[in-house]
Design a protein around this ligand. Sequence first.
Ligand SMILES: Nc1ncnc2c1ncn2[C@@H]1O[C@H](COP(=O)(O)OP(=O)(O)O)[C@@H](O)[C@H]1O
Ligand SMILES: N[C@@H](CCC(=O)OP(=O)(O)O)C(=O)O
Length: 373
Amino acid sequence: MAREILKSLRRIVVKVGSSLVTNQGQGLDHEALDRWAEQIAFISQMNKEVVLVTSGAVAEGMLRLGWKSRPSALYELQAAAAVGQMGVAQAYATSFAKYGLRTAQILLTHDDLSNRKRYLNARSTILALLKLNVVPIINENDTVVFDGIQFGDNDNLAALVANLIEAEVLVILTDQAGLYTGDPRKDPSATLIAEASASDPAIEAMAGGAGSEIGRGGMQSKIMAARRAARSGTHTIIASGKTQHALMRLIQGEALGTCLQADMPVSIARKLWLADHLQVRGSLVLDNGAVRALLSKGKSLLPVGVQEVRGEFERGEAVACLEVNGREIARGLINYNARETRRIMCLPSGQIESVLGYVDEYELIHRDNLVIL
Ligand SMILES: Nc1ncnc2c1ncn2[C@@H]1O[C@H](COP(=O)(O)OP(=O)(O)O)[C@@H](O)[C@H]1O
Ligand SMILES: N[C@@H](CCC(=O)OP(=O)(O)O)C(=O)O
């Protein structure tokens, strides 16, 4: 059962929406932030990695600028978000420091994650922060979005982040106990769904979207996010952030909220995605040792095992890995462009810096970004 994974999971993305982090859209609810920090600190102590996706920039900006109602012009929303994001970062740093944790601010757009080079950089940065035991606090980079700052955007962003870092679970906390058979604000007889497949078309019909008074992104954007997360093997739990210690209780296996299950585990989903979606831009001819390391030991590909580089490609693009006889054995996202790869091939990783003057990564293709064919 998908919920079982909560007890053994390694990495989790938690998304808290506007309805939970703001005081009715005016400023941040600092006590609520303290409660998230306390719960995330509890989870980190269990050796699990947590990434927090949070809204609140526009609401905090409105308070700081003395604006009573949410503006409709995009440039005004963006200005408010720019003012408010200072407060979001500051407030989370303060709340987490109470529990001995450091935080980092990451502002992303959907475009960043569809660009392969930026995708790899965002991924490396977040994974490095997690290794350093720093909690990444993510929001949309509202300054540069061009299609509006919309309620529900962060549901989608949280799903993209879950895909980016291969989180096993995405928890979307909101103001309802989970997904109901209908919008509980309008239909008092609606009942809570405990579990469903994220790809079940019936759940979309239950979810209210734009038009409901408070939930402008509503459940619909959460279902879309769950569906997107499931494509990379991530299960989604939608639960109430108002329930006391909801996160701690979920992580200990309590059946709160709605669990929307992915049909396959993260590892397999990622490999399928890599195999299906990557247009190969070039190829690497490997020596026998590297072929063995990839095929039988599940290792990353190091520059030392590459004998020849064919074609032109940029960092983050897909390349094929060939045996000396030309047979393709794997493909993956490469950490260096073709020029750099030609300079560092056949060399031990310790020499990358002296040859190039910098090191992006010690692996040419990390095993997480590699699919064996
Ligand atoms: N089937 C449903 N089950 C639960 N809530 C629903 C459903 N359909 C619509 N909603 C609405 O979605 C709202 C939550 O979405 P939203 O306000 O966008 O939250 P957040 O700010 O946490 O992202 C609920 O308050 C509820 O009114
Ligand atoms: N990025 C914006 C808000 C995006 C948004 O409202 O998302 P959500 O909380 O999912 O409805 C902010 O920080 O104010």
